[in-house]
Design a binder for this molecule. Structure first.
Ligand code: ATP
Length: 342
């Protein structure tokens, strides 16, 4: 097996009573796009800062390609960071901003210019070298920040909510571009975000953080389809968690399981059961028409409301809104249920 890009061995970072990161083990593979996902205050940024060297663990070790870097200063680690606020030098041109790391290393000017050109091409900003950061859009500034970090060819690139300041459309476009750039350069990217869709879109694997601990590490589909805990099921997308008496009526066991809203088929009362499916009856309590989809809230006797999402392939808004108050039968395939926790 190849040496992991990053390895945490029982790493903790406590601030007084606050366990920002608590006894965490973690391995990030060479060349992967790895996201740290979690709500505000869950410890992701503290992990990133410890990898960068801006912060040190209270206990435990951090290894960068096998080398213990736990107590090395940032400039002795082969990592670079891209921040949300770009941190560009406002008085310097785009070209000089990107060339900065090479200037520090005293790389001769012709070589610097050649590498800046390559970077501008990589981030699709050819012809922008002479502009000042103030003459760029938010997305363009973020690309310059990325080029500036990549020109040093770090072994690991750390990205701290880099798309957080961009509007939704631009963010989605940059997600696709960022992933493409990562694949082209082949460097390990570690991406911090609280946006589950962003993490699902770009990552090879995701670590889901909650209260200083990692709840689950897996591919986007593992984390989405097989959430390891109620927290992951709720944080990554919307999920229905069913346990106790209602679970027993469906599966014969009170063990908690999750079922995603889009996996549930909404049928009329008394509709027949197809092979491999399970069902439960309920009453539509609320209907929200969302254009592409409709979201139904279905009340189950003795249980929580279940969320069901259906695409509006044939229905109109008038038709779906009429479902409110109707008795329905919910069905889903057994394979789409996932046991949650022990
Ligand atoms: P966000 O998405 O808001 O950045 P996060 O998941 O990155 O959140 P961290 O910034 O790692 O979370 O913070 C984790 C916990 O550690 C929080 O409770 C935070 O208040 C605390 N914390 C972080 N840095 C410090 C510090 N320098 N002093 C005291 N407490 C801190």
């Amino acid at each position: 097996m190849t040496t992991p890009a990053i390895r945490f061995d029982k790493v903790s970072r406590h601030f007084g009573d606050v366990k920002a990161v608590d006894n965490t083990d973690l391995e990030i593979r060479d060349g992967e796009f790895f996201s740290m996902l979690g709500p505000s205050g869950s410890g992701k940024t503290t992990c990133l800062r410890m990898i960068a060297g801006f912060d040190r663990p209270t206990s435990g070790q951090i290894y960068l390609y096998g080398q213990d870097v736990s107590n090395l200063p940032p400039y002795d680690r082969d990592v670079n960071t891209v921040f949300q606020d770009y941190a560009l030098f406002p008085h310097m041109s785009v070209g000089d901003n990107i060339a900065y790391g090479l200037m520090i290393k005293k790389v001769p000017k012709p070589e610097r210019m050649k590498q800046v050109d390559e970077m501008l091409e990589l981030v699709q900003l050819k012809g922008f070298a002479g502009r000042k950061p103030s003459q760029l859009s938010g997305g363009q500034r973020q690309r310059v920040a990325l080029a500036r970090a990549l020109i040093n060819h770090p072994k690991v690139l750390l990205l701290d909510e880099p798309l957080g300041a961009l509007d939704l459309k631009l963010r989605q476009q940059m997600q696709v571009e960022l992933k493409a750039i990562q694949q082209r350069v082949g460097i390990t990217f570690i991406f911090v975000t609280h946006d589950q869709e962003e993490a699902l879109t770009m990552s090879d694997r995701i670590a889901v953080f909650s209260q200083g601990k990692i709840e689950q590490i897996g591919t986007p589909s593992e984390v989405y389809e097989k959430p390891a805990s109620p927290f992951v099921a709720g944080f990554v997308g919307t999920s229905n968690l069913i346990s106790g008496e209602v679970a027993k009526r469906i599966t014969g066991s009170e063990q908690m399981f999750s079922i995603r809203p889009e996996k549930i088929h909404l049928g009329t009362e008394g509709s027949g059961l197809n092979e491999g499916m399970v069902s439960i009856d309920g009453t539509v309590r609320d209907v929200v028409y969302l254009g592409l989809f409709t979201r139904y809230l279905v009340e189950i006797e003795g249980g929580n409301d279940l969320v069901v999402v259906e695409q509006n392939l044939k229905t109109t808004s008038m038709e779906v809104l009429l479902a409110k108050g109707k008795k329905v039968r919910l069905q889903w395939h057994k394979d789409h249920m996932s046991r949650v926790g022990g």
